[in-house]
Ligand binder design. Structure first.
Ligand code: GLN
Length: 487
């Protein structure tokens, strides 16, 4: 069975026509077997558990029981989401053998929806990076061009979906880690509003920015996944007790008239010409469908990267303090006193980028520098949020490129952290402001690399994002600008 191009919708239809969840899972495992030795999207594939889960779904169906909305759908999860009994490594030597004693809220939700969990995907260590090259184990390759990065930090999840190994996956997004790899791999990825999805069981990187988000082959599939994972969870005090709308039925409910804001700052120097062209064409499509296009300004865009790397590193230095070889994580085999054990365990367990961020974060929080860096960054964060508040008084949605360039080559930026940090210029602000943002494929470079367009909406307006993204996706399909996966 050719499952490698199926959406969740297709797979649900196939099951209605008599294909079993076990056959679908076998097909997904076959695809992983064939393709993952070259791509390396997965850290662990849990074939036995997946097949057992699929058989349980088939059994439920035979007994005539009500099935969950993701019944028999293979899903991969980023390796910073805990599942009891499995390893959760965060692609770090520090957690190489860590088996969490509990399961993340979003994983519980997937299991309750009868999804089939296939395994855990590679990422930049502790989600710090934009290429998966910071994984302590191996880099993941972009299915469109194996010499290129799939993006990061959820690069394994994005590559697994793009390569046809699973129809959908979960990632996490602190500064762009769902949207940037989605753009690089030619798939759809959503960062929900801060508080829309519980982070209970997500290994913390920067707690005021982290969100779990879906990656899929269609806007509808991302809507379907968000539907399952969204909602209040008392175990995450930042999760918001607001009802979850029916995202799938809102897909066709595009409110008109629509005003699309196009931020001047997102089309500035550094933007690749082919990316600009494809994004401008998508803006034209909405215009032809009757939307009003308005040039807007997000004046603090240029400050977002700096603000992010102060706040995210400050929070990371605090969150990662727990990995000391005593409470958590790798413990050095070299004998010594308590402080020596802490130091050696951290020295051995963390990779370069993580150490760089812990040092930066510790520095910006240290007395004497706190006000000059951290507190000032918090103030600018506020200004960035106010830029969005102002913009959304004039427009319903903000549209621009997801990334300044298509997928870059492995190794191209790994020795230049600043160049790597700049690949997040357009995605970071949504995390700082807490608003939802989606990336969907809008075209291809002449050399065949996918290009992503980003839509951003006001707080908790995911349904609006889905409706607009869906309208665009339909238009692309009709114009055949979206080739089949790996086409
Ligand atoms: N690339 C950004 C970073 O390195 C964002 C990562 C993320 O969203 N987890 O921090």
């Amino acid at each position: 069975m050719e499952i490698s191009t199926c959406t969740i919708e297709d797979l649900i239809r196939l099951q209605r026509q008599g294909v079993s969840a076990e056959e679908i899972t076998q097909a997904a495992l076959g695809e992983i077997e064939r393709r993952d030795s070259a791509i390396r999207a997965f850290i662990d594939v849990h074939a036995e558990a997946a097949l057992a889960q699929a058989r349980a779904v088939d059994e439920k169906r035979r007994r005539g029981e009500v099935l969950g909305p993701l019944a028999g759908i293979p899903i991969a999860i980023k390796d910073n989401l805990c599942r009891r009994g499995w390893r959760t490594t965060c692609s770090s030597r520090m957690l190489k053998d860590f088996r969490p004693p509990y399961t993340a809220h979003v994983i519980e939700k997937l299991e309750a929806a009868d999804a089939v969990l296939m395994g855990t995907t590679n990422m930049d260590e502790f989600a710090m990076g934009s290429s998966t090259e910071n994984s302590a184990f191996f880099p993941t390759r972009n299915p469109w061009d194996l010499e290129r990065s799939p993006g990061g930090s959820s690069g394994g999840s994005a590559a697994a979906v793009a390569a046809g190994m699973v129809p959908a996956a979960l990632g996490s997004d602190t500064g762009g880690s769902v949207r940037q790899p989605a753009a690089f791999c030619g798939i759809v990825g959503l960062k929900p509003s801060y508080g829309r999805v519980s982070r209970y069981g997500l290994v913390a990187f920067a707690s005021s920015l982290d969100q779990v988000g879906p990656l899929g082959r269609s806007v509808a599939d991302c809507a379907c996944l968000l539907q399952v994972i969204a909602g209040h969870d008392p175990r995450d005090s930042t999760s918001v007790p607001r009802d979850v709308p029916s995202y799938l039925s809102e897909l066709f409910n595009l409110k008109r008239p629509l005003t699309v804001g196009v931020p001047r700052e997102h089309f500035a120097a550094g933007l690749d010409a082919e990316v600009e062209l494809a994004v401008r064409q998508s803006i034209r499509i909405l215009e032809q469908q009757g939307a009003t296009i308005r040039e807007i300004s997000l004046p603090h865009t240029a400050d977002a990267v700096a603000v992010y790397y102060l706040i995210a590193t400050a929070e990371a230095s605090s969150n990662l303090a727990r990995y000391d070889g005593m409470h958590y994580g790798h413990r050095t085999p070299r004998r010594g006193g308590l402080i020596e054990t802490y130091c050696r365990s951290r020295e051995e367990g963390f990779g370069h980028e993580v150490k760089r961020r812990i040092m930066l974060g510790t520095f910006v929080l240290s007395s004497g520098y706190r006000d000059a860096y951290y507190v000032r960054a918090l103030r600018v964060r506020r200004l960035i949020k106010e830029d969005f508040d102002r913009a959304f008084r004039e427009c319903d949605v903000i549209m621009g490129p997801t990334t300044p360039t298509p997928a870059f080559r492995l190794g191209e930026k790994s020795s230049d952290p600043l160049a790597m940090y700049l690949s997040d210029v357009y995605t970071i602000s949504a995390n700082l402001a807490g608003i939802p943002a989606i990336s969907l494929p809008c075209g291809w470079t002449r050399s065949g690399l996918p290009i992503g367009v980003q839509l951003q909406a006001p707080f908790f307006e995911e349904a609006r994002l889905f409706a607009i993204a869906h309208a665009l996706e339909q238009a692309f399909d009709r114009r055949r600008t979206k080739p089949a996966v790996n086409g």
